[in-house]
Design a protein around this ligand. Structure first.
Ligand SMILES: Cc1cc2nc3c(=O)[nH]c(=O)nc-3n(C[C@H](O)[C@H](O)[C@H](O)COP(=O)(O)OP(=O)(O)OC[C@H]3O[C@@H](n4cnc5c(N)ncnc54)[C@H](O)[C@@H]3O)c2cc1C
Length: 464
């Protein structure tokens, strides 16, 4: 293979980023991603400074016939951001956010994190739906859906994506919106990183915050499912205003009463998508469903809510295997299974959650976005999180078994593609999840990436 750095310079008249090949200082740091299990060696890592650097990186991959991995926040648990032997395009220096408060639009660079967006938009009293952890990348989260605290009123992240600039496989910069190349925008709304490098996203913004109501009453698993059943009935009435998840975890630390340390608990975590005082009154009954372990509910700043869970999951500290499936409904049997799985988790760092849908998320037609069917009422996720490599097998088995066990309650075998395990179920899951949209995605993939240069993702194979 030719010297890749020399070849990269030939592709660009003014490369302003950095490039690392194996052995360079900074190479190991640049190839590390959030999941400590991922240990891959790209042939070259190109840390881009601007769009023309991304074009040069894509042209290099094309000229050398190498595959491309794209890194934004680096949170993908399967480690799709880093590849063995290919070109890794690193967007960590491209995190700019520009807000037009009048038009209520944010232009967000392809390597931004959600905390960049929240900070810039909240400065104008505006917000767009992101995720639950502020250092997750905007790109990866959005391109496969984006499930966060504003979904009840404003849907998924993709439902707020109005335009994008994409560097496609041959190095062309393509603008996509409802009027220009609309097929590409449709595909980006759930189809993942299959179609090129998104260098800029444009999101619609909504007035929200700064003060919002966050509810987090915590109950003990050993005290039974009563509060979860009541929460389910509550959400059936208020799911168009309340974004929520029941999160199973292990109590510990000084915020919890000592008698609960080491015990399995669950939080009925909710964000009211509206006025904080109204939300406080509405969510109050959730703190009165039985003997609470502790209650973390209160009115708080939206940016703080967006960062509340950050310390639970620091980058690079843990080994991880996460799976999730959509559920048609949430019968008592599924609740009981989720409680049993929580009790059986081999690691105290693992969490598992039941997420509600409905509201604005459910109002989008199945063929309106690549994401597909919105009739799922719930999602069940199992986040296996542990420290020691000798415990890989038992922890991965916990996530997988819990995921398989929930299949009878599932929604047509569909899964959330942003919690893909380590990618081993890729093809079957991708087809089942996209359902009737799959063939259209194949057409669009074939148009924009006929050689499957972008294949480290929930891959949609182009026609041969
Ligand atoms: C701690 C943690 C919390 C999470 N919380 C949530 C949550 O609340 N809600 C939720 O919906 N998901 C959540 N997720 C899942 C998350 O959405 C996925 O892991 C997602 O892939 C992360 O995006 P990223 O940009 O950080 O990842 P990366 O690993 O950088 O990228 C993942 C993949 O996205 C694609 N990609 C990245 N950047 C681009 C780009 N600019 N253009 C084109 N393709 C690109 C590529 O295929 C890449 O391989 C969470 C994950 C973690 C680890």
């Amino acid at each position: 293979m030719n010297d890749l750095k020399t070849e990269l310079n030939k592709m660009s008249s003014g490369f302003c980023g950095e490039a690392y090949t194996p052995g360079d200082t900074g190479f190991d740091e640049a190839r590390a991603v959030w999941n400590a299990m991922i240990d891959r060696q790209p042939a070259i890592i190109i840390r881009c400074g601007d769009t023309s650097d991304v074009v040069a990186a894509v042209k290099l991959a094309h000229s050398q016939n190498l595959p491309i991995a794209i890194r934004a926040g680096g949170h993908n648990v399967a480690g799709h951001a880093v590849c063995e032997g290919g070109v890794m395009i690193d967007l960590t220096q491209m995190r700019g956010v520009e807000v037009d408060p009048k038009a209520r639009v944010a232009k967000v660079q392809g390597g931004a994190l959600w905390r960049d967006v929240d900070g810039a938009t909240q400065a104008h009293g505006l917000a767009t739906p992101g995720g639950l952890i502020s250092d997750t990348g905007v790109a990866g989260l959005t391109l496969s859906g984006g499930i966060g605290w504003l979904r009840a009123q404003h849907g998924l992240s993709i439902d707020n994506l109005i335009a994008a600039d994409v560097v496609t496989a041959k190095g062309n910069v393509v603008h996509t919106s409802a009027n220009e190349n609309p097929d590409l925008l449709w595909a980006l709304k759930g189809g993942g990183g299959n179609f090129g490098v998104v260098v800029q996203f444009e999101f619609a913004l909504h007035p929200f915050g700064p003060e919002v109501m966050f509810a987090a009453p915590i109950y003990a698993v050993e005290d039974g499912p009563g509060p979860i059943r009541a929460w389910r009935e509550f959400l059936a009435k208020h799911g168009d205003r309340v974004s929520s998840l029941c999160e199973f975890s292990t109590a510990g630390g000084e915020d919890f009463p000592e008698e609960y340390w080491g015990k399995r608990v669950y939080t009925l975590a909710c964000v009211y998508n509206g006025d904080a005082a109204e939300g406080e009154a509405l969510l109050k009954p959730l703190s009165d469903l039985g003997d609470m372990v502790v209650d973390f509910s209160g009115r708080m700043n939206f940016c703080d809510v967006q960062q509340l869970f950050d310390t639970l999951m620091p980058a690079g500290d843990y080994r991880c295997y996460w799976k999730a499936r959509y559920l048609a409904d949430l019968p008592d049997e599924m609740i009981e299974m989720a409680m049993k799985n929580a009790m059986a988790a081999p690691s105290d760092n693992s969490i598992s959650s039941l997420w509600n849908f409905g509201g604005a998320t459910a109002k989008v037609a199945a063929d309106a976005t690549a994401f597909g069917d919105r009739s799922m009422g719930w999602m069940y996720s199992l986040d296996g999180v542990w420290k020691d490599a000798s415990e890989d097998e038992v922890n991965m088995a916990w996530s997988r078994d819990g995921w398989s066990g929930a299949e009878p309650f599932g929604q047509k075998g569909r899964a959330y593609l942003n919690f893909p395990g380590h990618g081993e179920d890729n093809d079957a899951l991708t087809r089942a999840t996209f359902g009737e949209n799959y063939q259209r995605l194949v057409e669009i993939k074939t148009k924009y990436d006929p050689e499957n240069r972008f294949r480290f993702n929930q891959n949609i194979k182009p026609k041969t």
